[in-house]
Design a protein around this ligand. Structure first.
Ligand code: G6P
Ligand code: MN
Length: 446
């Protein structure tokens, strides 16, 4: 089975390869093709993978190419983990927004719109090529903003593209842990929304909803990441546990201020950190895997640190440092390739799940996955305030998709202006000016 990884020179590729190495079952991935525009990054990552594979019998063979069509031909699965504009682009997304006093996060608010406007045309090109060159392939989209990008690709690939994120999985795991659920896989997590904009409304174990027990227990509630980030009182008021990215909404002023005051924004930090890693990989005697792993550990430890500082939440729990998106990706691939039926929270077309959104809107929801793909499970409606946010943000996403298709600058302004975290049409206009001046990838906006 052939897996093609787009963005194959990306920093997190060894996580995916590590997960593949642990898969010994019949029908596993035997060939990995890394595609990237940058040959230097490809060879750096290939060195890490070679060290990971050393001594592992039957390790998937790895090849690398800068030719996209060659990479796609014959693929059974395509992981899309590209970063249009690189981390320099992410840092610019943050800077331009913060200069206007609004959030520049890569998936939320103005930053997410700018990143989406640059990424959608490229993702659509990839989707068209997959449809032509590997029509039977399944595409797993990691590229942020994951919900928006998955929806853009689904217009060309239908249900054969599925978006993934590890935030809901991490959230479910944390709740299960504090509730003392022995095997989190046995818990049913009632979660729904858009990517980075969802809420856990229940967690069922043996048919009983355990979330009320958590919400009623001040100590338990304050003991894990979301409790510390949002504060127990706010979680009790909501009666639900929001995805950590909702911190940018519920505590927007504090988050913006923390990012403005930070020595470096997240994108700038990662840009510099990864530049050091790729530079180190050029030395013939570099210890590739060791260097990669210490860089990864530092990245994990500092994840959302500005938000945690703003909330006085302290350090991350050691148990939260292992990430997990590679596990979601592997579980999804196994479920489809081998009909290993499972339930995963994924980004798929709504198909009537949330009645306030149309059928093609990509949402994040528990899905039953089998050889026929991912099937969203019926869920209770969201409370009104959450419905309001979901509808507002989906409307923004639709303006982004329309701007990317038409190349209309006016539509791009509308996308920014309609976002709940952009507080003035004038700010939206200045954001479009700032972003188009910064990013050659936005030159298509006329
Ligand atoms: C979480 C999010 C991902 C994001 C990742 C890394 O897992 O769900 O969408 O890519 O964190 O964030 P970072 O700030 O380290 O790039
Ligand atoms: Mn994510």
């Amino acid at each position: 089975m052939k897996l093609t990884i787009l963005g194959g020179g990306g920093f997190r590729v060894p996580l995916v390869y590590g997960a593949l190495l642990g898969d010994r079952a019949e029908g596993r991935v035997t060939d990995v093709v890394l595609h990237d525009l940058d040959a230097g990054r490809l060879s750096a990552v290939a060195r890490v993978l070679a060290e990971q594979a050393a001594g592992v019998p039957g390790a998937p063979a790895v090849t690398a190419t800068t030719d996209l069509d060659e990479a796609l031909r014959g693929a059974d699965f395509v992981f899309s983990a590209i970063r249009v504009g690189g981390l320099e682009g992410r840092a610019a997304d943050e800077r331009v927004a913060l200069d206007q006093g609004v959030l520049g996060q890569e998936t939320v608010g103005a930053g997410g719109i700018a990143y989406g406007l640059r990424t959608v045309p490229v993702a659509v090109d990839v989707a068209r090529r997959v449809a032509r060159l590997a029509p039977d392939a399944w595409v797993i989209n990691f590229t942020n903003p994951a919900g928006l990008v998955t929806e853009a690709m689904s217009r060309h690939l239908g249900n054969r593209v599925i978006g993934i994120c590890d935030s809901p999985v991490g959230l479910g795991r944390r709740i299960a842990r504090v509730l003392g659920v022995a095997n989190p896989r046995e818990a049913w997590i009632d979660y729904v929304g858009l990517n980075h904009l969802g809420w856990v409304r229940g967690l069922r174990v043996a048919g009983r909803d355990e979330l009320p027990r958590l919400l009623a227990d001040q100590d338990l509630l304050g003991s894990f990441e979301e409790g510390k980030l949002f504060g127990t009182e706010w979680l009790q008021s909501l009666g639900a546990i929001p995805n950590e990215y909702l911190h940018y909404y519920y505590f927007n002023r504090e988050a913006v201020r923390a990012y403005q005051e930070a020595e470096k924004t997240r994108g700038a930090f990662l840009r510099d950190q990864q530049a050091r890693f790729y530079e180190a990989m050029k030395r013939p005697d570099a210890e590739a895997l060791k260097t990669w792993d210490s860089t990864r550990a530092e990245r994990e430890a500092t994840y959302m640190s500005e938000n945690r500082d703003a909330a006085g939440a302290g350090e991350r729990d050691a148990d939260d440092l292992s990430g997990g998106y590679e596990k979601v990706a592997l579980a999804l691939m196994r479920a489809i390739a081998r009909d290993e039926r499972t339930t995963l929270i994924l980004n798929v077309r709504n198909q009537g799940t949330l009645s306030v959104l149309d059928t093609d809107a990509v949402i994040e929801v528990p899905c039953l996955v089998d050889a026929n793909g991912a099937h969203p499970v019926a869920v209770d409606p969201l409370p009104d305030h959450a419905t309001g946010l979901v509808c507002a943000v989906k409307a923004v996403e639709r303006e982004v998709l329309a701007a990317a298709e038409s190349g209309s600058r006016t539509t791009a302004v509308k996308a920014f202006a309609l976002h709940p975290l952009v507080d003035s049409v004038n700010v939206a206009r200045r954001l479009v000016e700032g972003y188009t001046a910064e990013h050659p990838g936005l030159a298509y906006l006329k």
